[in-house]
Design a protein around this ligand. Sequence first.
Ligand code: GLN
Length: 568
Amino acid sequence: MTTRYIFVVGGVMSGVGKGIAASSTGKILQNYGYKVTAVKIDPYVNVDAGTMNPTEHGEVFVTEDGLETDQDLGNYERFLNQNMFRLNYMTTGSVYESVIHKERNLEYKGKCVEVVPHIPEEVISRIEAAGKKTKSDFVMVEIGGTVGEYQNLLFLEAGRLMKLKYPGKVIFLMVSYLPIPDKIGEMKTKPTQYAVRTLNSSGIQPDFIIARASCPVDEPRKKKLAISCNVKESNIISAPDIESIYEVPINFEKQNLGERILEEFGLKKKGSKEFKKRTAKHREQEREWEKFVTDLKKLEKLSEKSNKKVVEIGIIGKYFSTGKFVLSDSYISVIEAVKHAAWHLGYHPQISWLSAEEYEHNNKKLEELKKFGGIIVPGGFGSRGVEGKIKVIEYARKNNIPYYGLCYGMQLAVIEFARNVAGLKDADTTEINPKTGNPVIDTMDEQKRFIAEKRFGGSMRLGAYSCDLVNGTLAQKAYGQKRIFERHRHRYEFNNKFKDLLEKKLDKGGLVISGVNKERGLVEIIELKNHPFFVGVQFHPEFSSRPLHPQPLFREFIRAAVKPRERR
Ligand code: GLN
């Protein structure tokens, strides 16, 4: 089958869930037996998402092949249950970078290189490559930002040109928002009408409208949208706020989105054998997902009545607040990984955000940590809040509270151990204190060069690396295998010069190095004996967790966290 393309654009405002809509639509088509991939286009000039502060842009999601991307790629991976790669992501910066590179290499053969058509052409060739290399039947193409912004015009232009290039093989889906102003009390379609007009002015007519709102869109408004936006009424999909993002594909399918899309592409031949086969497969896969969603909703309901099946997890970080608002976007994969593991074990997770700085000079506050089943210190950079995190880690170690350190959380656990158990009072990471006498966390030589040359973008240790697990350790038992691959994103590492010294404290119930990368001799996992669960991983295990396949260490962390305190 030739590849077909589904562009997903946003109307009215950002943050209405284009990523979830794109992932859910992709998932539905996948259930019909099609091979699906997804491409996210970010309108930033940044070449990748790695140089942006998480409070600015949300989580930086890292692909197996080491690109720092947008959090939507995490959604694609979780919904489609397949890995995304470099070819699944582009930004304005990365597109311009390759066009300029080609121009310098005379690849345009003396032509004048112009914004139009050369930039959209580059975009198109990347979208095509994503479809071709993954041999996909469908490519979901999500254009970041909102229609009407100056920034994404060239990407819309690429979409328009693709529709010309592949007649009948390209459709547009607009995810728009319908507000219900308090004082008026009625759902308003006008902003969406304007958004569609604006899209029209780019030469694009949407084939579907995903109508996001706080409640379902009723018939009169569907009619209004259909007439004024020139979209078939059956192609207006109501997408009210729901409890779980994982319910979105189910909600879409209740409105036959899958069949409607196949119809638009002329792929649905009613009564044909092929279609029946696909529908059967669809039902089977859909049922598995439905059961998962029903179960998690049951747990949620149950948690409202009793906290018997609730597991309380504290995440201690610093990328939460923007002005008056608290955002958890920076840690989205961590949150999802906690949820997947908790649901898998039949628990409803209740996550609290703990601001690291508050623990720096407030020992009383530490006592409050006792209420948590488990504590996570996720990835982070720089010195703000670090001493608070170290205090929390010390408290978790001494008070048998399950602790799971992710990347920075592992490095800080090593520092805490070196300071408070091994007696290296000034133990530190050179990220914070380059002059420390005991740099238990330090950079590798290649990183020293990058830092000296100020080459920060895309130069961390990125992507999947192998890690060999030591027999009999908690990590090895969790994974149930000897060699694993997990994704990395960091500049600093466990300093092997301190390995012997820290390991020697083993008889004190000390540091166990349970995973190493053999090629480079790097410590990847540390853990403690005589503790219900104390594990630090140099990688980001949260990126590999999937709804129906929780990440093994998250699973074991939650298993420890749900044990009653006295039985730990
Ligand atoms: N700041 C640390 C480093 O660069 C940890 C990074 C992280 O947690 N992702 O090594």
